[in-house]
Write a protein that binds this ligand. Structure first.
Ligand SMILES: NC(=O)c1ccc[n+]([C@@H]2O[C@H](COP(=O)([O-])OP(=O)(O)OC[C@H]3O[C@@H](n4cnc5c(N)ncnc54)[C@H](O)[C@@H]3O)[C@@H](O)[C@H]2O)c1
Length: 437
């Protein structure tokens, strides 16, 4: 057990050198958190531009301020690069690379596999490797352990392997990496102990579980819970639309019940790198053991229909104003997948823009967080405009997709000739000029 004791001592004395692989929305806040906790951190990202920006103290993640990053870089605690050879001097490795879905909705774990191929070259006794990327139950044991044990090092005594899902909610003003409890599950109890000790220095609370599979399943339950509940409320919204009932008022009323009800809100569709993707990691794995995850598939069907519903509503609104989509100027407000962030991955705005473009609409967008927007299937980038009187009055229809707080909704209400509000940003104001989903 000397490797375990030595590593625990290094962690306690802040002598452990920590590597973070993948410096994105998850990895960069973690790297800064480890540096703030007193560790020397080596960030590794295949994107040399990100590594360069980190070294210059320029943050590209809104949840990490330039000041915070500069502090970590200037005091020498955080360095970054694209070369994995720094791992030879590292004691811990946290893997935070993407885990997208393939077009066929199968998990794409190729980024994890590529990272492991590099880590394997520099693995040495006394090293802790933690997978933070979301993946299906079994990934840590089946993919990480099997890739690393080819190196003949024994897990639990020579090296330590754990899964610890990241639960960060970008743009959340209350909860961040440091105050969200961290679930940790090791391949062996020794692995759990070492990983818990590391994260115990970075976050307020560590919740240790009995295995990597439990930890992997916890993350997928959390995100499936959101996807299914959003799917339910989207279905209620579609139902209310048919019945002429205001769904927002219904939810507001139901939320007055102090127990047994938790409000979820309908919208133009799911987005981001988690909720639209993670449940399908679970259903894919469930299928492999002969289990059909019906809730997940149903929620996926309802949620993925929402962009089409929004396009239908846009057509209805324009039609009622005596216009057709073809040739109409449509101003999209907010193209990020949710309010107050810059992330457009899987954003429903992309799907809605693509569908409106196919129908001949002339589309522009306003978003203070997104300065460039490319949409699959459209050759040129979508023109970005400022939100002002001129851009509002020159639009035939304004569609609110991400209800950023920075938007002046009174200005929108005053000057837009027609509004389709998918987020209840107008709170029922505007009468016949404002359409809801
Ligand atoms: N974004 C979120 O809100 C969030 C929240 C919780 C969990 N997660 C999970 O965390 C993981 C990372 O997500 P993210 O949003 O940070 O992704 P991201 O795309 O923002 O960052 C991933 C980074 O990894 C780098 N990368 C890719 N392959 C690499 C490799 N082989 N070696 C080194 N670097 C590599 C990329 O260049 C990128 O900078 C995913 O599994 C995601 O599901 C994300």
């Amino acid at each position: 057990m000397t490797n375990k004791i030595e590593l625990l001592e290094k962690i306690e004395d802040r002598k452990a050198v920590c590597a973070v692989i993948g410096l994105g929305y998850v990895g960069l806040p973690l790297a800064v958190g480890l540096a703030n906790a007193g560790f020397n951190v080596r960030g590794v990202d295949v994107d040399p531009e990100k590594a360069r920006m980190v070294c210059n103290g320029e943050s590209y993640i809104p949840d990490v301020s330039d000041d915070e990053l500069q502090k970590a870089v200037k005091n020498g605690r955080l360095t970054a690069g694209s070369d994995y050879s720094v791992l030879s001097e590292c004691d811990t490795v946290s893997i935070c690379v993407p885990t997208p879905l393939r077009k066929t909705r199968d998990p794409d774990i190729s980024f994890i596999v590529e990272a492991l191929q590099e880590i394997k070259k520099y693995i040495h006794p006394g090293m802790l490797i933690v997978l933070e990327s979301t993946s299906y139950p079994g990934t840590t044991e089946e993919i990480v352990v099997s890739a690393l044990t080819g190196s003949k090092l024994r897990v639990g005594s020579d090296i330590f392997v754990a899964f610890s899902p990241e639960r960060v909610d970008p743009g959340n003003p209350v909860y961040h990496t440091g105050n969200i409890p961290k679930v940790v599950g090791g391949v062996t109890p020794a692995c759990t102990d070492v990983a818990s000790a590391l994260y115990g220095n970075v976050v307020e609370k560590v919740h240790a579980v009995s295995s990597t599979r439990v930890a992997e399943m916890i993350k997928l339950l959390e995100n499936t819970f959101r996807s299914v509940n959003i799917g339910l409320v989207n279905e209620i919204a579609l139902m209310c639309n048919q019945m002429g009932i205001n769904v927002w008022e219904v939810i507001e009323g139901a939320a007055t019940k102090p127990f047994g009800f938790m409000p979820f809100f309908p919208g133009p569709g799911l987005g981001g790198h988690c909720i639209p993707i993670d449940p399908f990691y679970l259903s894919w794995k469930a299928r492999s053991v002969g289990f059909e995850a019906r809730f997940i598939e149903l929620a996926g069907q309802v949620n993925s229909y929402m962009p089409l519903h929004v396009v239908g509503k846009a057509m209805d609104a324009l039609n009622a104003a005596g216009k057709s989509v073809s040739g109409s100027r449509v101003l999209i407000l907010g193209v990020a997948y949710k309010k107050n962030i810059d992330d457009t991955r899987e954003s429903p705005a992309l799907d809605i823009i693509m569908k409106l473009n196919l129908k001949g609409a002339d589309i522009v967008y306003a978003d203070p967080y997104v300065d460039d927007l490319a949409v699959e299937g459209i050759d040129s980038h979508i023109e970005r405009v400022e939100l002002n009187k001129e851009t509002l009055t020159s639009a035939d229809l304004v569609v609110i997709i991400a209800d950023h707080d920075a938007f002046d909704y009174q200005l929108v209400l005053k000057h837009a000739p027609l509004i389709l509000d998918t987020r209840n940003a107008m709170r029922g104001a505007g009468g016949d000029r404002v359409w809801s989903i």
